[in-house]
Design a protein around this ligand. Structure first.
Ligand code: HEC
Ligand code: HEC
Length: 228
């Protein structure tokens, strides 16, 4: 872990990796054509004059959405994601630690400047709420999810509004299919984290409860029926 941190630090100019710190709640408010991935893979070949906003539109938006709100299955929403979190994940993809065919192809040719440039651009994308669903959320599942998020201290790191910060991702309004897959991945060890935080947080939680957490967080902050 120390090696990875040092690698990221040296290639991004980040001097010290911030240690997991409690989120202060008051402080803050499949598969697309392989063609897309391979076009994205040559991202770093583009002229430096092209801004990362333009490169994002050309290389990333097809999967992640022009405004960062993905509507593709199992593809995460990037809007509202802290840039520090994004760079840790691009780093993991580039180094082959976190594996996904599309993203590995995209990240493996990134220079350090690309990792920084794309992450900083992602950090400027305002959060985009999930489109309103036709059906009201299930009250029993929402209540259970809220209780689980307290019990397992998800709110301690991700914030009471799940907006994240620093290397902790925003999870509010993230796609439910992606949340479910990610939580199961941390649980069974197939998704290595940048730190051990998530493995420790979820390894003892039954899969059924992880799915309930994904259900709840994806709909947050939708009002729970029956609440005022
Ligand atoms: C072909 C589709 C595709 C393209 C193109 C693509 N991505 Fe992704 N991206 C994904 C998928 C799918 C994941 C989730 C991977 C996983 O499950 O581990 C992902 C994950 C990510 C993540 C991690 C998000 C998180 O919440 O952990 C970041 C950051 C990211 N992509 C940035 C980019 C950037 C920047 C580009 C353009 C240079 C890009 N992606 C292009 C499909 C794509
Ligand atoms: C000790 C702090 C901590 C706790 C507690 C914690 N998380 Fe996390 N979480 C993190 C960090 C840090 C990451 C970034 C993963 C990495 O290290 O690569 C993360 C990542 C995630 C992701 C992946 C998001 C993405 O975009 O890929 C999800 C989903 C998530 N956490 C949900 C939860 C839930 C649900 C709980 C409660 C059961 C929880 N977390 C508890 C710190 C924490």
């Amino acid at each position: 872990m120390r090696g990875w941190a040092a690698g990221l630090a040296s290639c991004t100019g980040v001097l010290a990796l911030v240690v997991i710190s409690p989120h202060s709640s008051g402080q803050e408010k499949t598969r697309k054509a392989g063609a897309v991935a391979s076009r994205a893979a040559s991202a770093s070949a583009g002229p430096a004059a092209v801004s990362y906003a333009q490169r994002f539109a050309g290389l990333c938006a097809a999967c992640h959405g022009a405004n960062g709100r993905s509507d593709m299955p199992l593809t995460p929403v990037l809007a509202g994601q802290p840039s520090f979190y994004s760079i840790t994940q691009l780093f993991l993809f580039r180094e082959g630690r976190r594996s996904n065919e599309a993203m590995t192809a995209v990240a493996k040719t990134f220079t350090d400047d690309d990792m920084r440039g794309f992450s900083e651009y992602i950090g400027t994308l305002p959060p985009v709420p999930a489109p309103p669903s036709a059906t009201a959320p299930d009250k029993a599942r929402m209540d259970k999810g809220r209780a689980l998020a307290q019990q397992h201290k998800c709110v301690f790191c991700h914030g009471t509004d799940f907006s994240g910060g620093q290397q902790v991702p925003r999870i509010a309004g993230q796609r439910e299919d992606y949340l479910k897959m990610s939580l199961r991945g941390f649980h069974d060890g197939t998704r290595p984290g940048y730190t051990q935080a998530m493995t420790a947080a979820v390894s003892q939680i039954p899969l059924e409860d992880l799915d309930t957490l994904a259900y709840y967080v994806a709909r947050f902050p939708a009002p729970v029926p029956g609440d005022k």
